[in-house]
Every structure is written in structure tokens, then in C-alpha cells.
Design a binder for this molecule. Structure first.
Ligand code: AOF
Ligand code: ZN
Length: 361
């Protein structure tokens, strides 16, 4: 009985509806770049009467779908949005105008938009129209949802996650856990989140195809393969019948490749010397917000890029899969590369037969 009452209360809490916004925003995971994921719900008399999320850059924003869904019921209702409504004519007209036109009474906002062309002007515009505005509900959750977008907006560089698999006795492993690549497995779910994934050529050498997310309808990241002296790429990796996936091969002076013909979606980039900075600048030019640097192999040929990233603070996040038969000693895993002092907010979860650790630099 008591539990039931608590649940009822929860339903009318602003936090509840913003959490719902975040939940529906995530339906577009991996598909919105360079835009953020955004969710919106319209609430009237304690009932959700409209919901929407931003599905893809170039398509309408979350508010537009939610208002459409609510129809006339939007009048005098409260709109909840995980991100401040935009106030500019971009690929789509401003959401502030749509909300004003629909005559909503209140707008509750998770967080302000770090995009300098929005930055609080959306809030002002709504207030000037006589709408009640609240900012900063479940803000931490909303920030986490779009951490890559925020990072790129603030720094002009993509958000970078370092990933490896490890045994607790201190070795990086050239393998994933058995079920990591399956639908619902941690690696399959990780891949769909990222705009790009970086491998060294040697880590793909023994694989029959490029690793891809198995989640239904998943975004597949751009695969970036580094062809580095003295281990140039010897053959273009296969994509397992997938025709939409894209590949970029970045080679250094000693390993440049002949341009490939007869294969769609391959780009070649030749650099004097491969550096993480140049790779990230390339990603930024492609308007990619998030990049996974995958140390799939154990032969040390990404050592200099790793060093550069750690010394220049280019990594934002680390994901480590600790393989099962070896236990889960967190201390020892982070001693590798002296990450222990650098990584904060370490959390862990069990996925299949592995323990996965996630932390922020
Ligand atoms: C919103 N609701 O659902 C999203 C917003 O090129 P455009 O017109 O799509 O504008 C992209 C910018 O709009 C993006 O950088 C961010 O500032 C904001 N995204 N705003 O009100 C949404 N996705
Ligand atoms: Zn908008």
C-alpha cells in the first residue's frame, strides 16, 4: 500500500518527466550526430499527452514531434525537454516559436544548450512570451546523455573513449569476452553509441570482418584503421554484407596505399606521421562527436598514440572489460598506464561473463 502511494507521488514529480525525456531521447542513440539526443514530453493534468525525440540531424527536433503528438491538448500544458529549446533558424525553425504557438503554459528544461547560437536565448524567448520556465531538473542525467555533444561544443574536438580488455594479472588481451559481440553484449551496445572507432591495422589482421554492433537498427561507427609503419594494412577489411558502413584508412609516410577502386565508402588519408591530434581533427571536420580508441591488440603499435592521448589529456572516458576467469581486481586494472590517479567516478557492471569498468578522466 505504502509503495503504491510513493509511486503515485513520483509520477507528478518534474524529475519523473525529465527522466522520461531522457529515456525516449535514447531511442535515437548513435543517430543524431552532430546534433544531441533530445527528448520532450507534454503533460496535462498529470497525464502525458504527447512525446517526441530528435531522430537524426536535419530532421525536426524533439519538441516538434511531441507537440504534433499532443495536438490541441498542448494548450495550457507543461512541456518537459531534456535540453533547452533552440531559438535559431538552422536546418529546422526554432522550437521556442513552436512552443509559443502551441500556447503551452510552462516549460521545464533539463539543461541549457552549450551551443553558443542557443546558450540561454531559448529560455529568454520563452520567458518574454509569458511562459513559466524552470531550468536544471535532473541536470546531471541530461548532461550524461549528451556528454559527447557537450564536449565537442566546448572544445572543438570529439569526445574520446579508450577501450581495452584486460586480465587482472596486468595484460592487455587481444580478445573480447565470449558474448561481448552478441546482441545485448557490452561491446555490441558500446559500438552503436560511437560515431567512429579507431583500430590499428594489426588488430584487424586476424579478423574476418570489422566488428559491428548487433543491436537492431544500430548505428555503425565509421571504422578508422591506422596503417602504421612498419605494420601497414595489407587488405581492406570486410564488412559482413553491410553496405552502409564507412571506412577510413589513415596511413603514414612509409605505408601509403594505392587508392582503392570498386568499393564504396572508403576514404584514404595520408599523413606524414600519424598523431592522435590529427586523427581527432579529421573526425571533427567530419562532424563526429564521439570516438572510441580500441586497443584491440596487444602488440604495442598504438603505444605512441596512447602516450600522446594521456599526456595531452585527450581522453575523456575509459572502458575496460575484465575477463572473467581472472577475477575483478579494479586496483590492478587501473595500475596499467598509471590510470589509477587519473580516472574518476569508476563504476562497474556485469555483462555476460565479464566485468566492465567505466571511468572518466
Ligand atoms: C532542440 N531540440 O531536439 C535538438 C536541438 O541544425 P538544426 O536546426 O537541427 O539545429 C541543431 C542545433 O539545435 C544543435 O546544435 C543544438 O544546439 C540544437 N538541438 N534543440 O530544441 C532538439 N536536437
Ligand atoms: Zn529545436
Amino acid at each position: 500500500q505504502e509503495k503504491q502511494e510513493l509511486k503515485q507521488e513520483d509520477k507528478y514529480d518534474d524529475g519523473y518527466y525529465i527522466r522520461r525525456c531522457v529515456e525516449i531521447a535514447r531511442k535515437a542513440i548513435g543517430h543524431t550526430s552532430p546534433n544531441p539526443m533530445v527528448g520532450c514530453v507534454i503533460v496535462k493534468d498529470g497525464k502525458i499527452v504527447g512525446e517526441g525525440f530528435h531522430p537524426k540531424a536535419g530532421q525536426p527536433h524533439a519538441e516538434v514531434f511531441a507537440l504534433r503528438d499532443a495536438g490541441d491538448l498542448a494548450e495550457n500544458a507543461t512541456a518537459y525537454v531534456s535540453l533547452e529549446p533552440c531559438n535559431h533558424y538552422g536546418r529546422t525553425p526554432p522550437c521556442t516559436e513552436a512552443l509559443i504557438k502551441a500556447k503551452v503554459k510552462n516549460v521545464i528544461i533539463g539543461m541549457v544548450d552549450p551551443n553558443p547560437i542557443v546558450a540561454s536565448t531559448g529560455v529568454e524567448k520563452l520567458q518574454n512570451a509569458g511562459i513559466g520556465v524552470t531550468v536544471g531538473v535532473e541536470e546531471e542525467l541530461c548532461r550524461r546523455l549528451i556528454e559527447a555533444y557537450i564536449h565537442r561544443m566546448m572544445t572543438g574536438r570529439p569526445f574520446v573513449t579508450l577501450r581495452y580488455s584486460m586480465s587482472v594479472d596486468g595484460h592487455i588481451l587481444n580478445k573480447l569476452g565470449e558474448d561481448a559481440m552478441e546482441c545485448g553484449g557490452y561491446y555490441s551496445k558500446l559500438l552503436q553509441e560511437y560515431d567512429a572507432i579507431i583500430f590499428s591495422s594489426t588488430s584487424l589482421a586476424d579478423k574476418s570482418s570489422v566488428p559491428m554492433s548487433k543491436e537492431p537498427g544500430a548505428n555503425q561507427p565509421l571504422t578508422i584503421v591506422l596503417s602504421k609503419h612498419p605494420n601497414p594494412i595489407t587488405q581492406i577489411p570486410a564488412f559482413n554484407n553491410d553496405t552502409t558502413s564507412k571506412l577510413t584508412i589513415i596511413s603514414d609516410k612509409g605505408t601509403s596505399l594505392e587508392p582503392q577502386t570498386g568499393r564504396q565508402g572508403i576514404e584514404m588519408l595520408s599523413l606524414e606521421r600519424i598523431s592522435l591530434l590529427e586523427i581527432l581533427e579529421y573526425c571533427n571536420r567530419q562532424r563526429l562527436c564521439s570516438v572510441l580508441l580500441d586497443l584491440m591488440d596487444n602488440n604495442g603499435d598504438l603505444e605512441d598514440i596512447l602516450k600522446e592521448g594521456l599526456e595531452q589529456n585527450m581522453f575523456q572516458k575509459v572502458v575496460v572489460e575484465v575477463l572473467p576467469d581472472l577475477g575483478g581486481d579494479q586496483e590492478r586494472v587501473l595500475k596499467y598506464m598509471n590510470l589509477k590517479e587519473k580516472v574518476k567516478r569508476l563504476t562497474s557492471y556485469v555483462s555476460g561473463k565479464s566485468v566492465v569498468l567505466e571511468g572518466y578522466f
